[in-house]
Write a protein that binds this ligand. Structure first.
Ligand code: FAD
Length: 262
């Protein structure tokens, strides 16, 4: 499919596709030699429309900055202009990738701290899939907490597989061992931990479960990537705990990125 993308300078070749559920899939593409990015950043990717013009959307790079290939984790929006077609890609197909990475979910936008919290919903796990596989994350923090909320357990599977593989990763396995804490929650299906992660922060359930103190500006750094409601709720909770929002140019205690435009 999409043969016409081959004439574009920004075309990359799909090397693998995994369908996780009826609405979620991940895929790997070749990496342009010139592309440098910081783990956690996003790029514009897409396909050519029938009129020959590119249809591009923001996508977090889910692979770490050292990886030879690029990985993405995607929703399949029914009738979504891009994803209704993107979900059909197969190895050997080409996509468009604009090699201009940007984003705020980067370690540089946070002051040094002891604990790094990654709070996300749905495909918002993607930038953390990148950061979790980057040695710098594990060298910089004593504890790393991944709190991922989805509707169902099946929707947690991609993130769970990334987390599960970390201790066996030859590059970072030893660093991960005592530092990793995984807190998956579901909102529409029974599971070990139910409800929105924001509610678990608000009523301290997450801190009790992990045996950790509530957030403090001295020790805790928070990265947020979810739907609008999650982002708003967790930002407010950060501020209630005395944390301030950071940026690339002004690192502070928490950073936030939309997982998609609501
Ligand atoms: C900074 C940034 C990073 C992003 N990273 C990713 C990513 O890594 N993976 C990814 O799948 N999407 C990501 N998105 C969303 C992505 O840009 C597209 O919106 C998505 O691919 C759907 O494209 P579409 O053309 O099919 O539908 P669109 O017209 O773009 O979206 C239609 C509607 O679908 C819903 N929607 C879109 N994306 C999502 C989503 N990811 N989860 C739940 N609902 C959604 C929204 O209600 C939206 O209004 C990101 C968006 C932003 C702003």
């Amino acid at each position: 499919m999409n043969v016409r993308a081959k004439v574009l300078p920004d075309a990359q070749t799909v090397t693998a596709v995994t369908h996780w559920t009826e609405t979620l899939f991940s895929f790997r593409v070749s990496r342009p030699r010139s592309l440098r990015f910081r783990s956690g950043e996003f790029v514009m990717i897409g396909l050519l429309k029938d009129d020959g013009k590119p249809l591009l959307r923001a996508y977090s790079i889910a692979s770490p900055s050292w990886d030879d290939a690029l990985e993405f984790y995607s929703i399949k929006v029914p009738d979504g202009p891009l994803t209704s077609r993107l979900q059909k890609i197969e190895p050997g197909d080409q996509i468009i990738l604009r090699p201009k990475p940007v984003g705020t979910l980067v370690l540089d936008a946070l002051l040094p701290g002891r604990r790094l919290w990654m709070i996300c919903t749905g495909t918002g796990i993607a930038p953390f899939a990148s950061l979790l596989r980057d040695p710098e994350t594990w060298e910089s923090y004593e504890q790393v907490i991944v709190a991922h909320t989805c509707r169902t357990q099946a929707e947690l599977a991609y993130g769970a597989a990334i987390v599960d593989a970390l201790p066996r990763d030859p590059l970072i396995g030893e660093l991960v061992d005592e530092k990793l804490h995984y807190y998956p929650t579901t909102t529409r299906e029974a599971s070990d931990i139910e409800g929105r992660v924001s509610d678990h922060i608000r009523d301290n359930r997450i801190f009790s479960a992990l045996g950790m103190p509530r957030w403090s500006a001295d020790a805790d750094r928070v990265m947020i990537c979810g739907n609008l409601a999650l982002n708003k709720d967790v930002m407010a909770l950060c501020e209630e705990h005395g944390l301030e929002e950071g940026a690339n140019s002004d690192p502070k205690h928490f950073v936030v990125e939309k997982a998609f435009i609501d």
